[in-house]
Design a protein around this ligand. Sequence first.
Ligand SMILES: Nc1ncnc2c1ncn2[C@@H]1O[C@H](COP(=O)(O)OP(=O)(O)OP(=O)(O)O)[C@@H](O)[C@H]1O
Length: 237
Amino acid sequence: MSYAVEIEHLYFSYPDGTQVLKDLSVAISEDDSVGLIGPNGAGKTTLLLHLNGILRGEGKIKVFSREICDETLARVRRDVGLVFQDPDTQLFMPTVFDDVAFGPLNMGLPQDEIGRRVHRTLGAVDMEASAERPSHHLSFGEKKRVSVATVLAMAPRLLVLDEPTSNLDPGHRQQLMEILRGVSMTKLIASHDLEMIRVLTRQVILLSGGRIVAYGPTREILSDHQLLKSNGFFLLS
Ligand SMILES: Nc1ncnc2c1ncn2[C@@H]1O[C@H](COP(=O)(O)OP(=O)(O)OP(=O)(O)O)[C@@H](O)[C@H]1O
């Protein structure tokens, strides 16, 4: 089997000493679609930030069989597209168009291909009409949609999304789910939106206190109400 992600014995503490990831080992198959769930502070964002080397803990992480280290970082970052929880982290150019063009430009793509990718991905997230607006004038939900476009425009092999549906209105949440269902790369999606996880993923990793508590088929994990309740999920019966 080919793996998109292989993590062995990952430990990570922030500089202030907060230990977040504790002996975490996990593998994600290529072309799979995996949800990452867990209570606030479980370590979901911290784990995702390791996948393109923004954070570097102790242990071994391979992405598409390539171990993350200084020499492989540039290649890893081409393979892994990370949509941050906070879109302001992702958007820094003068206009929406420039923000989405930034990645493809850095990949050295020709100008006409960059233009095509920007229009296609902005169209997909329903933001094409805002292409010439400054990103910092957009609402939070609009920024969120543009930040998804910035990553889709680079056509990564692994799409990593941190809370992609937070602050989206129901229509745009549904639209984003359809976009994500339609893209074929490997996906890892951290979210508290269990309905979105149910629709979009085949496997779920449940993280709690920096450890993996369960990893299995989405329908099994999401129907194990005892497991979910004991890990901080409030479920309406
Ligand atoms: N820069 C930092 N310095 C110190 N501690 C941090 C830092 N960033 C996060 N933490 C701590 O690490 C732990 C894990 O945080 P993380 O954001 O990874 O959790 P999460 O599962 O993504 O949570 P949420 O569901 O709230 O987004 C928390 O206790 C958090 O307070």
